[in-house]
Design a protein around this ligand. Structure first.
Ligand SMILES: [Zn+2]
Length: 468
């Protein structure tokens, strides 16, 4: 059946389906429980308890549709990758409404049977960590199946016998789609089932469906769709399922500049899911040459959060021109439910093939590690004028250890417990704390990977770190 879908119009109407209670920054089991309970009352869906996590959190599956083609979709097998979970609930909202898109719903529900497992790893989600409670990466446990989460996914697959699997993840922001500077907003993979990366009928179908998603997404994010590296990983679900005749499609939610809350990526996930369902329901994917898959640009890790170009460092009285690439790792603090960052130097040298989400070209500038303000403070409140400290090249203060209760600080300066010897340095893997000089004046300062132009009022330092 020929169906023409106006995805741009659907995106305009997205607010109707957007699940307001979910925030893509972090989604936990208690966030989805009320939504699951609501769905239980809707006879469109069949909701069942699929099993329990190590800490006893219930893992659910939600089935819909009465067709013959079967799809199994799961999200958040990595606890800190919640974007697709939000998109799954948006998709369920789409199905439970009736509007001018009912012809789409009918087509999907008649031709397909879909099982959704939102949040396969609720214990990891609770801690906002990739692994489960016993620190096993569930996506490296497909063959040994030690974790209940892995066992459960296998059991559902064996019972349901899906033709297709949708393995939904988030990837970090450092991937580009190809070698140009565009971040990869969505990356996809048709996992190989052997080290030769052979293409059999099963993998061919994954490649065709991915090419069809690519066609749809190109309307929205041209140049920002990547093909994930296809090295065979025999312990992962995608590769294992593909080897067991389930055509698996990995969809990674990446990064778009100025979309820090990942709302746009979430919408792209929804559009991808709809595109998968429709191309399988209508069998449109069969018309696509599977080799089109290889024309999707491959992911490269060429992005830094902050890239400083053409700086001089001094060593032994000599000057060297370098670029400095800095990444900020986003961490979650369970004590106060806050995100914070640890900014580190990732690479030094010729970074001309790289790109920065933020970039500064600073020819003629000299870079030095920040200074330590040596007088011990009893409380961080003793600092009255941060600006002045930064202006003078200070990036660390020494603090009474009894006044320290965390490994980061909301202040825009870093902290060293006063008993500790610490020497800031310009070193790979070291915290990124730099002052950038023009002649003898500090014009820019980097604190914990965040850069601030001293002459501007714009405040960009989100948090400092506490050295331990
Ligand atoms: Zn993942």
């Amino acid at each position: 059946m020929e169906i023409n879908i106006d995805y741009k119009k659907i995106l305009n109407d997205y607010d109707r389906y957007y699940e307001n209670s979910l925030n893509t920054a972090r989604i936990t089991h208690s966030d989805i429980l009320p939504l699951i309970n609501e769905i239980k009352g809707n006879n469109l869906f069949r909701v069942e308890n699929a099993g329990k996590s190590i800490e006893g959190r219930e893992i659910f599956y939600i089935a819909l549709g009465n067709g013959s083609k079967k799809i199994l979709a799961w999200s958040q097998m990595h606890g800190d990758e919640p974007t697709a979970t939000a998109a799954l609930f948006d998709t369920l909202n789409f199905f439970s409404q009736s509007d001018e898109y009912t012809f789409i719903r009918n087509e999907i529900l008649e031709k397909l049977q879909i099982i959704f497992i939102p949040m396969l790893n609720p214990d990891g989600a609770e801690r906002h960590q990739r692994e489960n409670k016993i620190n096993i990466d569930v996506n490296r446990d497909a063959s040994r199946c030690i974790s209940p989460e892995s066992k459960l996914l296998w059991q559902i697959a064996e019972k349901f016998k899906p033709e297709f699997g949708l393995n939904l993840h988030d990837q970090n922001s450092y991937y580009t789609a190809g070698r140009a500077g565009n971040s990869a907003a969505i990356s996809m993979l048709a996992p190989p089932f052997n080290f030769d990366k052979s293409i059999n009928e099963c993998r061919k179908k994954s490649m065709q469906v991915i090419s069809s998603i690519y066609q749809t997404l190109t309307q929205f994010i041209p140049g920002q769709i990547g093909r994930y590296k296809d090295d065979h990983e025999p312990r992962s679900f995608g590769d294992t399922f593909t080897g067991n005749n389930i055509s698996t499609i990995l969809i990674e939610s990446g990064f778009i500049k100025n979309d820090n809350d990942k709302n746009y990526i979430r919408k792209m996930n929804f559009i991808s899911l709809l595109s998968v369902f429709l191309s399988i329901a209508t069998e449109d994917y069969k018309k696509i040459n599977e080799m089109d898959y290889f024309s999707i640009p491959e992911n490269e890790t060429l992005l830094f959060d902050l890239l400083l170009r053409n700086l001089f460092i001094s060593e032994n009285g000599k000057e060297f021109k370098v670029d400095i690439g800095i990444n900020r790792e986003k961490k979650f603090n369970l004590k106060n439910n806050q995100f914070y960052y640890k900014g580190k130097i990732a690479e030094i040298g010729d970074l001309s093939i790289h790109h920065g989400i933020e970039e500064y070209d600073l020819p003629g500038y000299h870079v030095q590690p920040v200074r330590i303000f040596e007088k011990e403070l009893k409380s961080i409140d003793e600092i009255k004028d941060y600006e002045k400290m930064l202006y003078n090249g200070y990036g660390f203060v020494k603090l009474d250890p009894f006044a320290i209760d965390n490994d980061y600080t909301e202040c825009k300066i870093n902290i060293i417990p006063s008993y500790l010897k610490y020497e800031p340095s310009i070193t790979v893997d070291e915290y990124a704390n730099l002052s950038l000089f023009w002649e003898n004046q500090v014009d820019y300062i980097v604190i914990n990977g965040f850069i601030e132009d001293i002459s501007e009022q714009k405040k960009s330092i989100l948090n400092g770190i506490v050295i331990s």
